[in-house]
Design a protein around this ligand. Structure first.
Ligand code: SIN
Length: 294
């Protein structure tokens, strides 16, 4: 409920469309406060017909948070905080973002959120699929919840941006400006179960692209556990498929959502503008055992 805009629930507790909010680049403090509260309730927010130029998009992004750092993508010439997710009609390289991930989860403090604004949308295909990692955690059997409670996992950009990574094998058809670097070989450990700083809810914080191992397990066990968790978190019940229209803006929360980009538009162009929002170091808030005598 908000007195400032309409909230049309698309998936209960996960995805909502925001309507009648007015120009996104001219929101008052009250509206922004209400929007942030709505975002804590619905980790994916959809803003249809958001006609924003780059300045307007940047202004809206600054209402929601601070700008994040995008290490392996060249920003557009006019602004260091906007990157193009672009695919030309004739490209033959793998689609950017085509496997499940949470943006830049290999960073010490990965982005809280991402804004994606549709500039050129193919007539078919090119959907983005989102998975609800709160529900994934909440629906795990108790034995598995207990097993993963104290485990951490390493995240790395190497499989994507390392010298032997996916993008190192690109041919010259790629129109996005991706940077392959030795720096991508580093890894960063995060708890597998993460407490969201705003909602206080727990979610799974692992993903297919960047999570490379469970730190406390041997390689075989680690692979088995990650495989089991990945399968669970991306089951149909937890997904939302977003079909884009030109000028739609989507804001998602990387702390409790994974996503991937779909293809299906060979021969057509697709262009999105993306901004990441700075986040905090992931943590798991322990649940205090009930005090004796309570
Ligand atoms: C991304 O993963 O940031 C891009 C998603 C998309 O292009 O749909």
């Amino acid at each position: 409920m908000s007195q400032h805009f309409e909230i049309h629930e698309r998936v209960p507790g996960f995805v909502a469309e925001i309507a009648q909010i007015g120009a996104l680049c001219e929101l008052t403090d009250d509206v922004v406060r209400s929007l942030k509260a709505t975002w804590a309730e619905y980790p994916v927010l959809v803003f249809p017909q958001a006609e924003l130029d780059n300045r307007g998009l940047l202004k809206f992004a600054r209402c929601v948070g601070e700008f994040g750092a995008d290490p392996y993508l060249q920003p557009i010439a006019d602004d260091e905080h906007i990157v193009e997710v672009r695919r030309g009609a004739q490209e033959s390289t793998p689609i950017f973002g085509a496997s499940w991930h949470s943006d830049w989860s290999f960073q010490v403090a990965p982005p809280s959120g991402t804004l994606l604004h549709a500039k050129i949308v193919p007539s078919h295909g090119g959907d983005t699929i989102f998975a609800d990692c709160y529900r994934a955690y909440e629906t795990l059997p108790m034995t598995l919840k207990v097993r993963i409670e104290n485990l951490t996992a390493s995240h790395s950009a190497a499989p994507s941006y390392g010298k032997q990574g996916l993008f190192a094998k690109d041919d010259h058809s790629r129109s996005m400006r991706i940077i392959v670097s030795e720096a991508a070989e580093a890894s960063q450990s995060h708890p597998i179960v993460r407490t969201h700083p705003e909602s206080g809810r727990r979610g799974l914080f692992i993903n297919h692209v960047y999570t490379i191992r469970v730190d406390e397990l041997d390689p075989g066990e680690s692979q088995n556990l990650l495989g089991q968790l990945f399968k669970h978190m991306t089951q149909d019940d937890f997904l939302y498929r977003h079909q884009w229209q030109t000028n739609t803006l989507v804001l998602w929360d990387n702390r409790c959502v994974v996503h991937h980009a779909e293809g299906g538009y060979a021969g057509h162009e697709r262009l999105m503008h993306r901004i990441t929002l700075a986040g905090e170091r992931p943590y798991l808030k322990r649940i205090e055992p009930a005090l004796k005598g309570d």
